[in-house]
Ligand binder design. Structure first.
Ligand SMILES: [Zn+2]
Ligand SMILES: [Zn+2]
Length: 260
């Protein structure tokens, strides 16, 4: 049985096809999924979805790329974190990939938002789901400054270097690999995956984006997470069953509220 540790089932392209997706998940032995919240405005939709199905859970947070949305306070996030089936804070983090005309200094609002999430994670005891793109030094730096909290978390959709992975592992975080691991051009990332101990690895789809080979370019769904597991198994020279079991166990250890 496989777990998708990061997907966006509330996004319209997936929400519209939920019965088909759930059937495909069952056929592919994907028994659980964590649905990630990206705005406060979206939370009610994500939460209703996970309350409707036993094998879905969700996070509460505002994605660093989302501008012109309600800015969360620590209190806002704590109120959502107290709701049933909310098992994580995020996705949060830093993303300097789309700076456009701006400089890194102009992104103070993003760093401030990230700090709010870290404080909410510490206060709630829930793990953080961290997104980092073109911003790894600041992502780690702010985490260290704030104190990463007791509950740790995961660097999701990991595409950084082994050095960044080492630093995240040293802070007690897990590393989650997505369909990018299967891309032909991702040899460097496969080397990083070889380095990360299996007991600290998670797998995810980040669907509807980033469908793994052989579905690259198509709409992704949690039903495709076994392709990430197969690639990780090949890298680690293990049976896919061993990777499925380890990543499921890691998911339960990190998101302990998913275990009843
Ligand atoms: Zn992300
Ligand atoms: Zn995401």
């Amino acid at each position: 049985m496989y777990v998708d540790s990061h997907c966006h089932l509330s996004f319209p392209e997936l929400a519209e096809k939920l019965p088909e997706i759930r059937a495909a998940m069952a056929a592919a032995d994907v028994d659980r999924a964590l649905c990630i919240c990206t705005t406060l405005e979206e939370f009610e939709r994500v939460h209703a979805l996970v309350l409707a199905y036993d094998n879905f859970w969700c996070s509460a947070g505002v994605h660093p790329d989302n501008e012109d949305v309600r800015e969360p306070s620590v209190e806002d996030l704590l109120a959502l974190a107290a709701q049933p089936k909310v098992v994580a804070i995020g996705e949060t983090g830093l993303d300097y990939y789309r700076l456009g005309e701006r400089s890194v200094a102009d992104m103070e609002w993003q760093r401030q938002r990230y700090r709010v999430h870290i404080r909410a994670a510490r206060a709630s005891g829930l793990p953080l789901v961290i997104h980092t793109r073109s911003a790894s030094a600041d992502t780690l730096g702010v985490l260290r400054e704030e104190g990463e909290g007791r509950a740790g978390g995961v660097f999701h959709c990991f595409t950084e270097t082994a050095e960044v992975a080492r630093a995240a592992l040293d802070l007690g975080f897990y590393i989650s690999f997505s369909g990018i691991l299967t891309f032909k051009t991702a040899a460097d990332l496969r080397a990083v995956a070889a380095f990360v101990p299996l007991d600290r690895c998670l797998i995810e789809t980040d669907s509807p984006y980033l469908a793994p080979v052989p579905y690259r370019g198509k709409v992704n769904s949690p039903a495709y997470v076994p392709w990430v597991a197969r690639q990780l198994a090949e890298i680690k020279k293990l049976d896919v069953e061993a990777v499925a079991a380890a990543t499921s166990r890691n998911f339960e250890l990190l998101f302990s509220r998913t275990v009843t």
